[in-house]
Design a protein around this ligand. Sequence first.
Ligand SMILES: [Zn+2]
Length: 170
Amino acid sequence: MFKVKISDGTYKNVTGAEVKSFWASMKFQIDKPGTTYPSGTKNGASTDANGVTHFSTDTLTGYQARSPDSSEKDKSFDYLISHELAHNTEAGRAENEWQTKNGTKDADGYYLGNEVLANSVAKTIEDDVGLKPLSSPTYGYDGNVVTLSASVNPSPIETTKAGGTLNLYA
Ligand SMILES: [Zn+2]
């Protein structure tokens, strides 16, 4: 478990149970380049009313080119999945609620606070499960967003899904 600072000054916990729950239920659709997403943007990803997260192939290949190790290009896909999962956590949703009322969108239609929080939560999840986070994702990381708890459960619980195994701490 770790704490995430929301822009309203409060904190939300992200737990292994929450991450596992999303991991087990997330659905993705890969669209043609140039597709307009449910959010009205063409960059990054967007989740529709049915809970399906959309990426276009050009988003995926664009991130693939930014992996920290060119021999491990799939690391960028780990990042994208973790990042979208982070947006869906209670912390990600709380930040989005605050940003929708108080934030300013950038030229691409994104709230900086939402993206930095999602990146920082994604990095924490990736570090915890032994993945290799991107060194410089779009919008970057903020080391003040996440506070790690000293009292994590030392016994990993394994969740197996098509495409891989994710070890998480409850
Ligand atoms: Zn995002």
